[in-house]
Design a protein around this ligand. Structure first.
Ligand SMILES: Nc1ncnc2c1ncn2[C@@H]1O[C@H](COP(=O)(O)OP(=O)(O)OP(=O)(O)O)[C@@H](O)[C@H]1O
Length: 252
């Protein structure tokens, strides 16, 4: 049950063409209301985000786009509970995460969010299978169960036959698919990705986008992604464009 009270209809209109949304609260996987983020370093203050509102339904794929420095990664970090905003509230899966203690947040992230990064972040000395297994171990899944699940996850991303390869023997797209398999360990409902296709050529980038889209639509996972990649727009349910820390337009 999402507790925040401000009606969705209070949003400023996104674009002339876009219809206002009146989503039932129970359908929302992510809600961010009036997010502000001011960084302070000594006497210097920098407002990276101002009055950002955003919401995603379960099974939606949403993009955060905008020029460099517009606040995309900061917003993703706040929505993932990695960074605490200086203003506003974030609800994930019906729970308000702003205000949770550090350890509760870490636990929430571990149980509910799969992360995917531009640079894959695989352990170079571990095979594809072992890379996925390690993530499962961290989530409390051990030994034989972890090995079995890692095989299933690699199969899901189309890499069953690469289970025993080291990252150096995989293409960029295959590495990213291992990273996606790893992110899916423990069945998180939310997937958050920071420029997952930036390091990939067009063929591999397309395969990764298609996979993430399939995970949203077939497995009802909610995918939020920072990207500069225009190829992804056609796959997305919504695009939020940030400019100077504010939402410039939303496509529905
Ligand atoms: N820890 C920090 N301290 C001070 N300023 C920061 C900090 N983190 C981010 N910023 C500033 O906030 C603004 C937004 O940064 P952010 O990384 O969110 O942008 P971005 O849209 O993701 O950019 P890019 O597309 O280049 O990755 C930038 O001006 C950045 O310099």
């Amino acid at each position: 049950m999402i507790a925040y009270q401000t009606p969705v209809a209070a949003y400023s209109p996104p674009t002339a063409a876009a219809a206002p949304t009146f989503l039932p609260r129970t359908a929302l996987a992510i809600t961010a209301k009036n997010i502000g983020m001011t960084f302070q370093s000594g006497a210097e203050r920098y407002q990276a985000l101002k009055q950002v509102d955003l919401e995603l339904r379960h099974g939606e794929m949403q993009l955060l786009m905008g020029p460099s420095g517009s606040g995309k990664t900061t917003l993703l970090s706040i929505l993932a509970g990695i960074m605490t905003p200086t203003e506003g509230s974030v609800h994930l899966l019906g729970e308000e995460i702003t205000g949770l203690s550090r350890s509760k947040l870490a636990q929430f992230r571990l149980q509910n969010i799969g992360f995917i990064f531009q640079g894959f972040n695989l352990f170079p000395a571990l095979t594809a299978l072992e890379n996925v297994e390690v993530a499962l171990h961290i989530k409390g899944i051990r030994k034989h169960a972890a090995t079995e699940q890692a095989h299933v996850l690699l199969e899901q991303v189309g890499l069953a036959e690469k289970a025993n390869q080291l990252p150096r023997d995989l293409s960029g797209g295959q590495k990213q698919r291992v990273a996606i398999a790893r992110a899916l360990g423990g069945e998180p409902k939310l997937i958050m990705a920071d420029e997952p296709t930036a390091a990939l050529d067009s063929h591999n980038g397309y395969a990764v986008i298609e996979l993430l889209h399939r995970l949203a639509k077939e497995q009802n996972r909610t995918v939020l992604m920072v990207t500069h990649d225009p190829r992804i727009v056609d796959f997305a349910d919504r695009v939020v464009n940030l400019e100077d820390g504010t939402v410039k337009e939303k496509d529905f």
